[in-house]
Design a protein around this ligand. Structure first.
Ligand code: AMP
Ligand code: MG
Length: 405
Protein backbone atom coordinates (compact mmCIF):
# COMPACT_ATOMS: atom_id res chain seq x y z
CA UNK A 1 0.00 0.00 0.00
CA UNK A 2 1.34 3.41 -0.96
CA UNK A 3 2.25 5.70 1.89
CA UNK A 4 1.88 9.37 1.27
CA UNK A 5 4.61 9.92 3.84
CA UNK A 6 6.87 6.94 4.50
CA UNK A 7 7.53 7.66 8.12
CA UNK A 8 8.56 4.12 8.91
CA UNK A 9 12.00 5.61 8.70
CA UNK A 10 12.30 7.48 11.98
CA UNK A 11 14.20 10.36 10.43
CA UNK A 12 11.16 11.13 8.32
CA UNK A 13 8.93 11.66 11.30
CA UNK A 14 6.89 14.72 10.40
CA UNK A 15 6.42 17.91 12.37
CA UNK A 16 3.15 18.99 13.95
CA UNK A 17 2.37 21.72 11.41
CA UNK A 18 2.81 19.33 8.48
CA UNK A 19 0.73 16.70 10.26
CA UNK A 20 -2.18 19.10 10.69
CA UNK A 21 -1.86 20.32 7.09
CA UNK A 22 -1.98 16.73 5.86
CA UNK A 23 -5.03 15.97 7.99
CA UNK A 24 -6.85 18.95 6.52
CA UNK A 25 -5.67 18.16 2.99
CA UNK A 26 -6.54 14.46 2.97
CA UNK A 27 -9.40 14.33 5.47
CA UNK A 28 -12.85 13.64 4.13
CA UNK A 29 -15.19 16.56 3.51
CA UNK A 30 -18.97 16.47 3.69
CA UNK A 31 -21.09 17.60 0.77
CA UNK A 32 -24.57 16.91 2.15
CA UNK A 33 -26.76 19.58 3.69
CA UNK A 34 -30.01 19.36 5.57
CA UNK A 35 -32.67 21.74 6.77
CA UNK A 36 -33.34 21.68 10.50
CA UNK A 37 -35.67 23.56 12.82
CA UNK A 38 -33.79 26.45 14.39
CA UNK A 39 -34.28 24.94 17.86
CA UNK A 40 -32.47 21.78 16.69
CA UNK A 41 -29.61 23.67 15.07
CA UNK A 42 -27.20 23.73 18.02
CA UNK A 43 -23.61 22.80 17.07
CA UNK A 44 -24.34 22.35 13.37
CA UNK A 45 -22.28 24.33 10.87
CA UNK A 46 -24.31 26.66 8.66
CA UNK A 47 -24.28 25.58 5.02
CA UNK A 48 -25.64 28.91 3.73
CA UNK A 49 -25.64 32.52 4.91
CA UNK A 50 -28.79 33.34 6.85
CA UNK A 51 -30.37 36.48 5.40
CA UNK A 52 -32.56 38.62 7.61
CA UNK A 53 -36.11 39.04 6.41
CA UNK A 54 -36.76 41.96 8.73
CA UNK A 55 -35.11 45.09 10.11
CA UNK A 56 -34.00 44.54 13.70
CA UNK A 57 -35.30 46.33 15.61
CA UNK A 58 -38.31 46.47 13.30
CA UNK A 59 -39.20 50.02 14.45
CA UNK A 60 -37.58 52.92 16.35
CA UNK A 61 -37.52 51.51 19.83
CA UNK A 62 -37.24 53.17 23.20
CA UNK A 63 -34.17 51.99 25.11
CA UNK A 64 -35.46 53.41 28.43
CA UNK A 65 -38.44 53.86 30.66
CA UNK A 66 -39.04 57.59 30.46
CA UNK A 67 -40.53 60.20 28.17
CA UNK A 68 -40.42 60.61 24.40
CA UNK A 69 -40.30 64.29 23.45
CA UNK A 70 -40.62 66.49 20.45
CA UNK A 71 -37.83 68.78 21.59
CA UNK A 72 -38.94 72.31 22.35
CA UNK A 73 -37.36 75.56 23.44
CA UNK A 74 -37.66 75.21 27.21
CA UNK A 75 -37.33 72.50 29.81
CA UNK A 76 -41.06 71.97 30.43
CA UNK A 77 -43.19 69.63 28.32
CA UNK A 78 -46.87 68.71 28.26
CA UNK A 79 -47.76 65.05 28.43
CA UNK A 80 -50.23 63.97 25.77
CA UNK A 81 -50.31 60.20 26.13
CA UNK A 82 -48.49 56.97 26.77
CA UNK A 83 -46.86 54.22 24.67
CA UNK A 84 -45.87 50.94 26.25
CA UNK A 85 -44.08 47.89 24.81
CA UNK A 86 -46.32 46.12 22.32
CA UNK A 87 -48.53 49.16 21.65
CA UNK A 88 -48.99 50.12 18.05
CA UNK A 89 -50.24 53.67 18.51
CA UNK A 90 -48.17 56.46 17.07
CA UNK A 91 -49.32 59.73 18.65
CA UNK A 92 -48.40 62.93 16.82
CA UNK A 93 -46.33 65.22 19.05
CA UNK A 94 -46.13 68.94 18.44
CA UNK A 95 -43.02 70.78 19.55
CA UNK A 96 -42.90 70.91 23.38
CA UNK A 97 -45.12 67.84 23.82
CA UNK A 98 -44.20 64.47 25.33
CA UNK A 99 -45.55 60.96 25.88
CA UNK A 100 -44.80 58.58 28.70
CA UNK A 101 -42.83 55.72 27.14
CA UNK A 102 -41.41 52.38 28.27
CA UNK A 103 -38.46 50.24 27.23
CA UNK A 104 -39.13 48.39 23.98
CA UNK A 105 -42.08 50.61 23.00
CA UNK A 106 -42.23 52.22 19.53
CA UNK A 107 -41.05 55.82 19.73
CA UNK A 108 -43.62 58.10 18.05
CA UNK A 109 -42.36 59.22 14.64
CA UNK A 110 -42.70 62.86 15.67
CA UNK A 111 -40.58 62.40 18.83
CA UNK A 112 -36.90 63.14 18.43
CA UNK A 113 -35.51 62.08 21.77
CA UNK A 114 -36.23 59.96 24.82
CA UNK A 115 -35.29 61.10 28.29
CA UNK A 116 -34.98 58.61 31.13
CA UNK A 117 -37.52 58.97 33.90
CA UNK A 118 -34.85 59.55 36.56
CA UNK A 119 -34.05 62.91 34.90
CA UNK A 120 -37.62 64.18 34.92
CA UNK A 121 -39.85 65.91 37.49
CA UNK A 122 -43.54 65.25 36.97
CA UNK A 123 -46.36 67.56 38.07
CA UNK A 124 -49.70 66.45 36.71
CA UNK A 125 -49.46 66.67 32.93
CA UNK A 126 -46.33 68.81 33.03
CA UNK A 127 -42.82 67.39 33.10
CA UNK A 128 -39.59 69.26 33.59
CA UNK A 129 -36.32 67.89 32.27
CA UNK A 130 -33.32 68.30 34.54
CA UNK A 131 -30.53 68.00 31.99
CA UNK A 132 -29.65 69.31 28.55
CA UNK A 133 -31.25 67.29 25.75
CA UNK A 134 -29.67 65.73 22.69
CA UNK A 135 -31.51 64.42 19.68
CA UNK A 136 -32.00 60.66 19.27
CA UNK A 137 -30.89 59.79 22.77
CA UNK A 138 -32.16 56.47 24.19
CA UNK A 139 -33.68 55.52 20.84
CA UNK A 140 -32.64 52.31 19.07
CA UNK A 141 -32.86 53.15 15.37
CA UNK A 142 -34.88 50.83 13.13
CA UNK A 143 -32.50 48.21 11.67
CA UNK A 144 -29.72 49.16 14.09
CA UNK A 145 -28.71 45.52 14.61
CA UNK A 146 -29.40 44.32 11.08
CA UNK A 147 -31.34 45.51 8.06
CA UNK A 148 -33.74 43.48 5.94
CA UNK A 149 -31.61 41.60 3.39
CA UNK A 150 -28.45 41.76 5.52
CA UNK A 151 -26.41 38.67 6.36
CA UNK A 152 -27.34 37.69 9.91
CA UNK A 153 -24.90 34.79 10.24
CA UNK A 154 -22.29 33.66 7.77
CA UNK A 155 -22.06 30.25 6.17
CA UNK A 156 -19.41 28.20 8.00
CA UNK A 157 -20.42 29.40 11.47
CA UNK A 158 -20.89 26.72 14.12
CA UNK A 159 -24.30 27.44 15.60
CA UNK A 160 -24.24 28.11 19.33
CA UNK A 161 -27.01 29.17 21.71
CA UNK A 162 -26.37 32.83 21.06
CA UNK A 163 -26.85 32.34 17.31
CA UNK A 164 -30.13 30.56 17.93
CA UNK A 165 -31.18 33.53 20.06
CA UNK A 166 -30.23 36.07 17.41
CA UNK A 167 -31.92 34.13 14.60
CA UNK A 168 -35.03 33.66 16.75
CA UNK A 169 -35.14 37.47 17.17
CA UNK A 170 -35.27 37.72 13.38
CA UNK A 171 -38.16 35.27 13.16
CA UNK A 172 -36.06 32.51 11.55
CA UNK A 173 -37.59 29.05 11.98
CA UNK A 174 -35.39 26.82 9.78
CA UNK A 175 -31.69 26.80 8.89
CA UNK A 176 -29.68 24.88 6.31
CA UNK A 177 -26.75 23.10 7.87
CA UNK A 178 -24.03 20.62 6.98
CA UNK A 179 -24.46 16.97 7.81
CA UNK A 180 -22.45 15.89 10.84
CA UNK A 181 -20.12 12.92 10.50
CA UNK A 182 -20.89 9.46 11.74
CA UNK A 183 -18.03 8.50 14.04
CA UNK A 184 -16.80 5.10 15.24
CA UNK A 185 -14.41 4.88 18.17
CA UNK A 186 -12.46 1.64 18.40
CA UNK A 187 -10.51 0.99 21.60
CA UNK A 188 -7.91 -1.75 21.67
CA UNK A 189 -6.15 -3.66 24.42
CA UNK A 190 -6.24 -7.01 26.25
CA UNK A 191 -5.95 -5.14 29.53
CA UNK A 192 -9.15 -3.13 29.14
CA UNK A 193 -12.07 -3.88 31.40
CA UNK A 194 -15.45 -2.14 31.49
CA UNK A 195 -16.27 -0.02 34.51
CA UNK A 196 -18.70 -1.90 36.74
CA UNK A 197 -16.68 -5.13 36.60
CA UNK A 198 -13.91 -6.10 39.02
CA UNK A 199 -10.32 -5.61 37.89
CA UNK A 200 -8.02 -8.61 37.88
CA UNK A 201 -4.30 -8.18 38.31
CA UNK A 202 -2.89 -6.51 35.17
CA UNK A 203 -6.16 -4.99 34.03
CA UNK A 204 -7.28 -1.37 33.87
CA UNK A 205 -10.62 0.24 33.21
CA UNK A 206 -11.30 1.28 29.64
CA UNK A 207 -11.66 5.05 29.56
CA UNK A 208 -10.80 6.32 26.07
CA UNK A 209 -14.14 5.21 24.66
CA UNK A 210 -16.13 6.95 27.39
CA UNK A 211 -13.95 10.06 27.22
CA UNK A 212 -13.97 10.52 23.45
CA UNK A 213 -17.70 9.86 23.28
CA UNK A 214 -18.32 12.50 25.95
CA UNK A 215 -15.93 15.02 24.42
CA UNK A 216 -17.56 14.51 21.02
CA UNK A 217 -21.00 14.92 22.59
CA UNK A 218 -19.88 18.17 24.21
CA UNK A 219 -19.00 19.41 20.75
CA UNK A 220 -22.36 18.38 19.35
CA UNK A 221 -21.41 15.07 17.73
CA UNK A 222 -23.95 12.57 19.01
CA UNK A 223 -23.66 10.05 16.19
CA UNK A 224 -20.91 7.95 17.75
CA UNK A 225 -20.36 4.33 18.74
CA UNK A 226 -17.63 2.52 20.65
CA UNK A 227 -16.22 -0.90 19.84
CA UNK A 228 -13.67 -2.65 22.06
CA UNK A 229 -11.21 -5.16 20.62
CA UNK A 230 -8.51 -7.38 22.06
CA UNK A 231 -4.93 -7.32 20.83
CA UNK A 232 -5.58 -9.95 18.21
CA UNK A 233 -4.41 -9.39 14.65
CA UNK A 234 -7.22 -11.26 12.96
CA UNK A 235 -9.95 -9.63 15.03
CA UNK A 236 -8.37 -6.20 14.67
CA UNK A 237 -8.34 -6.58 10.88
CA UNK A 238 -11.93 -7.81 10.78
CA UNK A 239 -13.35 -5.10 13.02
CA UNK A 240 -11.47 -2.34 11.21
CA UNK A 241 -12.62 -3.70 7.86
CA UNK A 242 -16.24 -3.94 9.01
CA UNK A 243 -16.22 -0.47 10.56
CA UNK A 244 -14.44 1.59 7.91
CA UNK A 245 -16.93 2.22 5.12
CA UNK A 246 -19.84 2.46 7.52
CA UNK A 247 -18.56 5.70 9.07
CA UNK A 248 -17.15 9.02 7.96
CA UNK A 249 -14.55 9.06 10.72
CA UNK A 250 -12.94 6.15 12.53
CA UNK A 251 -10.90 6.88 15.64
CA UNK A 252 -8.84 3.98 16.94
CA UNK A 253 -6.99 4.28 20.25
CA UNK A 254 -4.04 2.15 21.30
CA UNK A 255 -2.28 -0.62 19.47
CA UNK A 256 -0.73 1.79 17.01
CA UNK A 257 2.73 1.87 18.54
CA UNK A 258 5.65 -0.48 17.90
CA UNK A 259 5.03 -3.18 20.53
CA UNK A 260 4.69 -6.83 19.52
CA UNK A 261 0.97 -6.66 20.28
CA UNK A 262 0.30 -3.37 18.50
CA UNK A 263 -1.61 -4.67 15.49
CA UNK A 264 -3.48 -1.59 14.36
CA UNK A 265 -0.87 -0.19 11.95
CA UNK A 266 -0.33 -3.59 10.29
CA UNK A 267 -4.06 -4.16 10.06
CA UNK A 268 -4.59 -0.76 8.43
CA UNK A 269 -1.99 -1.68 5.81
CA UNK A 270 -3.45 -5.12 5.24
CA UNK A 271 -7.02 -3.94 4.70
CA UNK A 272 -5.95 -1.21 2.30
CA UNK A 273 -6.06 1.95 4.36
CA UNK A 274 -3.93 4.56 2.61
CA UNK A 275 -1.49 5.90 5.17
CA UNK A 276 -1.11 9.67 5.08
CA UNK A 277 1.38 9.77 7.96
CA UNK A 278 2.46 7.76 10.94
CA UNK A 279 4.46 9.30 13.77
CA UNK A 280 4.72 12.96 14.54
CA UNK A 281 7.59 14.76 16.25
CA UNK A 282 5.54 15.68 19.28
CA UNK A 283 4.96 14.92 22.92
CA UNK A 284 2.54 13.53 23.81
CA UNK A 285 1.32 11.52 20.86
CA UNK A 286 4.33 10.47 18.85
CA UNK A 287 2.61 7.32 17.54
CA UNK A 288 -0.15 9.17 15.71
CA UNK A 289 -1.51 7.57 12.57
CA UNK A 290 -3.69 9.16 9.92
CA UNK A 291 -5.04 7.46 6.84
CA UNK A 292 -8.03 7.23 4.54
CA UNK A 293 -10.13 4.64 2.80
CA UNK A 294 -13.36 4.81 0.83
CA UNK A 295 -14.24 8.33 1.89
CA UNK A 296 -13.53 7.64 5.55
CA UNK A 297 -10.82 9.38 7.55
CA UNK A 298 -9.01 7.15 9.99
CA UNK A 299 -7.03 8.19 13.04
CA UNK A 300 -4.88 5.88 15.13
CA UNK A 301 -4.49 7.77 18.38
CA UNK A 302 -2.14 6.77 21.19
CA UNK A 303 -3.67 4.49 23.82
CA UNK A 304 -2.56 6.66 26.70
CA UNK A 305 -5.65 8.69 27.56
CA UNK A 306 -4.05 12.14 27.99
CA UNK A 307 -2.08 11.71 24.77
CA UNK A 308 -5.22 10.58 22.96
CA UNK A 309 -7.13 13.63 24.17
CA UNK A 310 -4.35 16.06 23.18
CA UNK A 311 -4.26 14.51 19.71
CA UNK A 312 -8.03 14.72 19.56
CA UNK A 313 -8.05 18.48 20.17
CA UNK A 314 -5.09 19.21 17.90
CA UNK A 315 -5.85 16.94 14.91
CA UNK A 316 -9.29 15.34 15.12
CA UNK A 317 -11.21 18.49 16.11
CA UNK A 318 -9.93 20.50 13.09
CA UNK A 319 -10.87 17.65 10.77
CA UNK A 320 -14.39 17.48 12.19
CA UNK A 321 -14.75 21.20 11.54
CA UNK A 322 -13.24 20.90 8.06
CA UNK A 323 -15.58 18.01 7.28
CA UNK A 324 -18.53 20.22 8.08
CA UNK A 325 -17.27 23.21 6.13
CA UNK A 326 -16.67 25.36 9.20
CA UNK A 327 -14.90 28.66 8.68
CA UNK A 328 -12.54 28.04 11.61
CA UNK A 329 -11.05 24.59 11.88
CA UNK A 330 -8.43 24.60 14.64
CA UNK A 331 -9.24 25.67 18.18
CA UNK A 332 -8.36 29.34 18.74
CA UNK A 333 -4.93 30.13 20.12
CA UNK A 334 -3.43 33.20 21.74
CA UNK A 335 0.03 34.30 22.87
CA UNK A 336 0.47 34.57 26.62
CA UNK A 337 3.34 35.05 29.05
CA UNK A 338 4.31 31.97 31.03
CA UNK A 339 3.75 32.51 34.76
CA UNK A 340 6.63 30.29 35.93
CA UNK A 341 9.80 28.69 34.55
CA UNK A 342 9.40 25.34 32.83
CA UNK A 343 12.13 22.93 31.85
CA UNK A 344 11.27 20.91 28.78
CA UNK A 345 11.86 17.18 28.65
CA UNK A 346 12.79 15.96 25.17
CA UNK A 347 13.34 17.65 21.84
CA UNK A 348 9.91 17.11 20.26
CA UNK A 349 7.22 19.78 19.99
CA UNK A 350 5.22 19.78 23.22
CA UNK A 351 1.54 20.18 23.98
CA UNK A 352 1.27 20.87 27.68
CA UNK A 353 -1.88 20.95 29.78
CA UNK A 354 -2.09 24.46 31.17
CA UNK A 355 -4.31 26.92 32.94
CA UNK A 356 -4.84 30.49 31.79
CA UNK A 357 -4.95 32.91 34.72
CA UNK A 358 -5.53 36.65 34.63
CA UNK A 359 -1.85 37.48 34.08
CA UNK A 360 -0.76 34.64 31.82
CA UNK A 361 -0.60 30.87 31.61
CA UNK A 362 0.70 28.20 34.00
CA UNK A 363 1.84 24.77 32.83
CA UNK A 364 0.25 22.24 35.16
CA UNK A 365 1.82 19.27 36.93
CA UNK A 366 0.94 15.73 35.83
CA UNK A 367 1.93 15.99 32.16
CA UNK A 368 2.39 12.22 31.72
CA UNK A 369 0.70 10.75 28.65
CA UNK A 370 -1.38 8.44 30.80
CA UNK A 371 -2.39 11.18 33.26
CA UNK A 372 -5.67 12.58 32.16
CA UNK A 373 -6.39 14.18 35.52
CA UNK A 374 -4.52 17.42 34.75
CA UNK A 375 -6.81 17.90 31.75
CA UNK A 376 -9.61 18.38 34.27
CA UNK A 377 -7.86 21.48 35.63
CA UNK A 378 -6.61 22.66 32.25
CA UNK A 379 -8.34 25.25 30.12
CA UNK A 380 -5.57 25.40 27.54
CA UNK A 381 -2.66 23.61 25.89
CA UNK A 382 0.66 25.41 25.74
CA UNK A 383 2.50 24.60 22.51
CA UNK A 384 6.27 24.60 22.54
CA UNK A 385 8.24 24.17 19.32
CA UNK A 386 10.86 21.43 18.77
CA UNK A 387 14.13 21.80 20.64
CA UNK A 388 12.69 24.06 23.32
CA UNK A 389 14.83 23.86 26.46
CA UNK A 390 14.39 26.04 29.51
CA UNK A 391 11.35 28.29 29.18
CA UNK A 392 11.54 31.27 31.48
CA UNK A 393 8.78 33.02 33.35
CA UNK A 394 7.47 35.90 31.21
CA UNK A 395 8.34 34.22 27.91
CA UNK A 396 5.46 34.39 25.43
CA UNK A 397 4.05 31.00 24.47
CA UNK A 398 1.41 29.88 21.99
CA UNK A 399 -1.63 28.76 23.96
CA UNK A 400 -4.53 26.80 22.47
CA UNK A 401 -7.86 27.49 24.17
CA UNK A 402 -9.75 24.33 25.07
CA UNK A 403 -13.52 24.41 24.66
CA UNK A 404 -15.95 24.51 27.62
CA UNK A 405 -13.57 25.85 30.21
P1 AMP B 1 -0.98 1.27 23.59
O1 AMP B 1 -0.95 2.49 22.73
O2 AMP B 1 -1.95 0.25 23.15
O3 AMP B 1 0.40 0.70 23.75
O4 AMP B 1 -1.43 1.75 25.02
C1 AMP B 1 -0.67 2.69 25.75
C2 AMP B 1 -1.18 2.79 27.16
O5 AMP B 1 -2.50 3.28 27.15
C3 AMP B 1 -1.23 1.48 27.90
O6 AMP B 1 -0.85 1.70 29.23
C4 AMP B 1 -2.67 1.08 27.81
O7 AMP B 1 -3.07 0.23 28.86
C5 AMP B 1 -3.36 2.41 27.85
N1 AMP B 1 -4.65 2.36 27.16
C6 AMP B 1 -4.85 1.93 25.90
N2 AMP B 1 -6.14 2.00 25.55
C7 AMP B 1 -6.78 2.49 26.63
C8 AMP B 1 -8.13 2.79 26.89
N3 AMP B 1 -9.07 2.60 25.97
N4 AMP B 1 -8.48 3.26 28.11
C9 AMP B 1 -7.51 3.45 29.04
N5 AMP B 1 -6.22 3.22 28.85
C10 AMP B 1 -5.83 2.73 27.67
MG1 MG C 1 -2.36 -1.65 23.64
Amino acid sequence: MAHIYDTKNKRLMIDTTTALELVLLHGSVNTNVLEVDLKDGLDYVLAQDVISEIDMPPFRQSAMDGYALHMGDDATYTLVGEVKAGDNNNPTLQKGKAVRIFTGAPVPITANTVVMQEKVTVEGTKITIEEPLKENTNIRPQGEQIKLGGVAINKGTTIKGVHIGFLASLGVTKITVCKKPSIAIIVTGNELKSAGTKLSYGEIYESNGAMLTAVLNELGYQNTSVITIKDDYGKTKKVLNDTIGKHDLVIVTGGVSVGDYDFVGKAFDEIGVEQVFYKVKQKPGKPLYFGKKEGASIFGLPGNPAAALSCFYIYVYPLLKKYEGAEHTSLPSISLPLLSDYSVKGTQAQFLKARIEAAGVTILGGQGSAMVRAFGDANALVCLPVNSTEIKKGQIVKTILLPFK
